[in-house]
Ligand binder design. Structure first.
Ligand code: COA
Length: 330
């Protein structure tokens, strides 16, 4: 069976930076508190006329430009996001139109911070089954559109961005193993309550600020630490990977303390952990492809990567990838 290899990467972050110093002017917080509790220094914020499909299309355009990909050859577009431009049409449809992928079909899927991983798992199946030759997998979120900038416990964490990878069939390299899970126990600890069919938008939902992300940070933190460690260990065991076999751990970027606890649990030093939370914060579905874009020059074909994410739902996923892309050719 063919494997789904990542053969191209693209990314996009908005120009505007929201620094810890800016947040000190907005809520009762400090640069020191944010840095020591989360590892974040600044995040990017979309422009007023910029939505998720705009950022995702920019990431896809970079991927296309750098690798000479013909947009018309893309068979499918799978988008992980919790901040689509609107409930429908799907972000995938809007991206298809913006990048001229005229022969592609596609859809969005909702798995919060695990969104890119779920999209990767789904896209990989289309390649492995032989149904498709080129699948564009996107993780993109405009978190600033659902954040309450008066809530100091959440507004310091999140930022906006988009990342994309291209999957193509390969005999040797690619997604070697991927697992995912869900558990809705205590889902209220991380959610957005209004704007769906249970609580459609009304003056009351607006007045009660139910259209923003709410999170009970401490229990979510604990759950993230234990699940990320458990599934990272599991995927390494199944792939017979010792710590020294792993070129990079590629963790979802929610909190640097969660990331270092995960790395510790499998004996990986931080030099072999992809980290950019200091510059982007938590961009939800975009964190993992943004990491891949930042570190791609450092990767060589055959490198073992362990990807891991945990998020609202609750959702989680871990993968073992043998890297195929060398920045120029497969
Ligand atoms: N600035 C200053 N103080 C703050 C603050 C801020 N921005 N946010 C919260 N605090 C205060 C709290 O009010 C609390 O004060 P109290 O002790 O007087 O009640 C204190 O800091 C500690 O709060 P706590 O929530 O226990 O802090 P924490 O160490 O757990 O860090 C988070 C808070 C949000 C950074 C952390 O819980 C976290 O990262 N959670 C998970 C995030 C996550 O992974 N989310 C997405 C899953 S994908």
């Amino acid at each position: 069976m063919k494997q789904a290899a990542i053969t191209a990467v693209g990314h996009y972050v908005p120009e505007k930076r929201l620094t810890n110093a800016d947040l000190e002017q907005m809520v009762d917080t400090s640069d020191e508190w944010i840095r020591t509790r989360t590892g974040i220094r600044e995040r990017r914020i979309a422009a007023d006329d910029e939505a998720t499909s705009d950022m995702a299309a920019e990431a896809a355009r970079e991927l296309i430009r750098k690798n000479g990909v013909d947009p018309a050859a893309i068979d499918a577009i799978v988008v992980g996001t919790v901040t689509p431009d609107m409930l429908f049409p799907a972000t995938a449809c809007l991206i298809q139109e913006k990048i001229g992928a005229e022969n592609a079909w596609g859809f969005d899927l909702s798995a919060a911070c695990s969104g890119f991983m779920y999209a990767l798992a789904t896209g990989a199946r289309f390649i492995e089954s032989g149904q498709h030759e080129k699948v564009l997998v996107v993780g993109a979120d405009t978190m600033s559109s659902i954040i309450d900038y008066e809530d100091r416990s959440t507004c310091i964490l999140f930022g906006d961005g988009a990342g994309a990878v291209l999957l193509e069939p390969d005999d040797e390299y690619g997604v070697t193993d991927i697992e995912q899970g869900i558990d809705a126990t205590d889902w209220e600890q991380l959610c957005m309550l209004a704007g769906g069919s249970r609580r459609p938008a009304s003056p009351e939902t607006v007045e009660k600020k139910l259209h923003v992300l709410r999170q009970d940070g401490r229990p979510v933190f604990k759950r993230a630490v234990s699940k990320m460690a458990e599934i990272t260990e599991g995927i390494m065991e199944r792939g017979d990977l010792a710590a020294e076999d792993v070129r990079y751990l590629v963790p979802h970027q929610a909190n640097e303390r969660i990331i270092s606890a995960t790395a510790d649990s499998v004996g990986l030093p931080m030099e072999r952990v992809m980290l950019n939370i200091d510059r982007y914060g938590n961009t939800t579905a975009a964190t993992i492809p943004l990491c891949l874009a930042d570190y791609e020059d450092d990767l060589r074909p055959g490198d073992n990567l362990v990807l891991v994410a945990f998020g609202g739902g609750f959702t989680w996923s871990a993968a073992h990838i043998r890297w195929a892309y060398n920045g120029l050719d497969v």
